[in-house]
Design a binder for this molecule. Structure first.
Ligand code: BES
Ligand code: MN
Ligand code: ZN
Length: 500
């Protein structure tokens, strides 16, 4: 998909399809009004007939309007004009792209980007449009015998804004495309089945996708190196599987070498059967998504590779499977983490924290400015927050607030939960420094409490993406989250450069 910026009056455009907004009730937006005028009032007549009243979600394709050069005009319902905010805008835009893509038009000019969205700039509109276009056009294909090949694919999209906005819109377009592409990479990795996307495959893909970018180095540590690092907690999970574990380390250097990096850590359990504390069969297939944190970090690194911001970033991904086996962890086993702290494994299904704790300790050697780990860590997070925000817990309030803000800007929101000392008591063990589970209550918080014991020297935040990394049901599939919030957080560390 080739996305470009354009600044031209709508009635002079000769595209296969013009995309313009209509508000409730039957109120043409400014570009629809211009087309109405050029066509001698056809548009108003169509609206009056009742074909479309501007409700969110509506689209109406018109063909060969007299007086208009473009072959098609797509009217897109934008809801109430007085309530046109980022949510309504995003919905209208996604619907529009889907409708144009289904129409047979090879190229389109979108004027929704030139509408006034509450509290957002035109550059932000462009950014969001580019991101949502990638999102709407993504198709999972890899494991079907026949690949879907549309006869008339939408190949070109012009995003239209006025010339005042053009300069900042260029940056918006770059960011939107980078996040869109990064999220598609994340989705593809997530959707791949566990028998394809193994720890080794994940490591190979990291190399293949990222090595080509300037200033990016990918290293993969194998079992032996992980043993040398004494990552006893990580290794204990991996030993229940025939697939060898991998520790993927990616370093992006966008500024002087000595500058302290931002660290990202992603849980890369490529399949989580629960281990000896085995999960029930229903929906267990969805545990192929248990590498969603890893995939999100890789997608973010791709976005960073595209944008080349002037910061340093290090990504650390512990990758393994969690399976039942003669050699697997058993409930009651005690392991020693890289930090030296011992852990009693009371439930082998609480494996994410076991691999993350060693990655957190490993991150210390980079002296990071901040560390953000992201993981499909707890079912309890879905119970607490549902599928809308990621769960956020942190030992540093300014970092938490920076992430909350990045979530708002990128529309990939997080919600903070308390990380109070009181909850730490739930992790008490009679046989080790701590247990790996904290009982039924506050499962997301006690998981983060566990991690917090490995972050004493770090400014750290944890994003639980159990509810947001993928969708269940009829449109089961990866969402590409948390690429937008992570990328936004990193861009926000670069001063004014990427502010829209
Ligand atoms: N990967 C799961 C968490 C999960 C479950 C995410 C369902 C999304 C949907 C994690 O490894 C896990 O099994 N967590 C346990 C922890 C419990 C044993 C303390 C859970 O949430 O049940
Ligand atoms: Mn588990
Ligand atoms: Zn898991």
């Amino acid at each position: 998909m080739n996305i470009t910026l354009k600044c031209a009056p709508v009635e002079q455009q000769s595209s296969h399809c013009l995309i313009v907004g209509v508000f409730e009730k039957r109120q043409p937006g400014p570009h629809a009004q211009a087309l109405d005028k050029a066509s001698g009032g056809v548009l108003q007549r169509i609206l009056k007939q009742g074909d479309m009243d501007g409700k969110p979600g509506q689209t109406l394709m018109l063909h060969q309007l007299s007086g208009i050069k473009a072959e098609r005009v797509l009217l897109v319902g934008c809801g109430k004009a007085s309530e046109f905010d980022e949510k309504q805008y995003s919905k209208a835009l996604s619907n529009a792209i889907t409708a144009v893509n289904d129409s047979g038009a090879r190229d389109a000019a979108c004027y929704l980007t030139d509408l006034e969205v509450k509290d957002r700039s035109k550059a932000w509109n462009v950014r969001r449009a580019a991101e949502l276009t990638h999102q709407a056009l993504y198709r999972y294909q890899q494991t079907f015998s026949k690949k879907e090949k549309p006869d008339y694919p939408l190949g070109k999209l012009q995003l239209c804004v006025d010339d005042k906005a053009l300069k900042s819109a260029r940056i918006g377009l770059k960011i939107g495309e980078a996040i869109g592409k990064g999220a598609s990479f994340t989705r593809e990795l997530g959707n791949l089945p566990g028998n394809v996307c193994t720890p080794t495959y994940l490591a190979n893909q990291a190399g293949k996708q990222l090595k080509g970018y300037d200033n990016m180095k990918v290293r993969v540590l194998n079992q032996k190196s992980i043993e040398e690092l004494k990552m006893g907690a990580f290794l204990s999970v991996a030993k229940g599987s025939r697939q060898p574990p991998k520790l993927i380390v990616i370093e992006y250097q966008g500024t002087q070498k000595e500058t302290r990096p931002y660290a990202l850590i992603g849980k890369g359990v490529t399949f989580d059967a629960g281990g000896i504390s085995i999960k029930p069969a229903s929906a267990m297939d969805e545990m192929k998504y248990d590498m969603g944190g890893a995939a999100g970090v890789l997608g973010t690194m791709q976005a960073i590779g595209e944008l080349q911001p002037p910061i340093n970033v290090v990504a650390i991904i512990p990758a393994c499977e969690n399976l039942p086996d003669g050699n697997a962890n058993k409930p009651g086993d005690v392991v020693t983490s890289m930090s030296g702290q011992t852990i009693e494994i009371l439930n082998t299904d609480a494996e994410g924290r076991l691999i993350l704790c060693d990655a957190l300790t490993y991150s210390e050697r980079f002296k990071p400015r901040s560390v953000i780990d992201t993981a499909t860590l707890t079912g309890a997070c879905i119970v607490a927050l549902g599928n809308h925000p990621c769960g956020l817990l942190s030992n540093d309030q300014p970092l938490a607030e920076a992430l909350l803000a990045a979530g708002q800007t990128s529309q990939d929101r997080a919600w903070q939960l308390p990380l109070w000392d009181e909850y730490q008591d739930q992790l008490k063990s009679n046989f080790a420094d701590m247990a790996n589970i904290g009982g039924r209550e506050a499962g997301t918080i006690t998981a983060a409490c566990f991690l917090s014991r490995f972050t004493k020297k770090l400014k750290w935040a944890h994003l639980d993406i159990a509810g947001t990394a993928w969708k269940s049901g009829a449109d089961k599939g990866s969402t590409g989250r948390p690429v937008p919030i992570l990328t936004q957080y990193l861009l926000d560390q670069c001063g004014k450069k990427y502010q829209l």
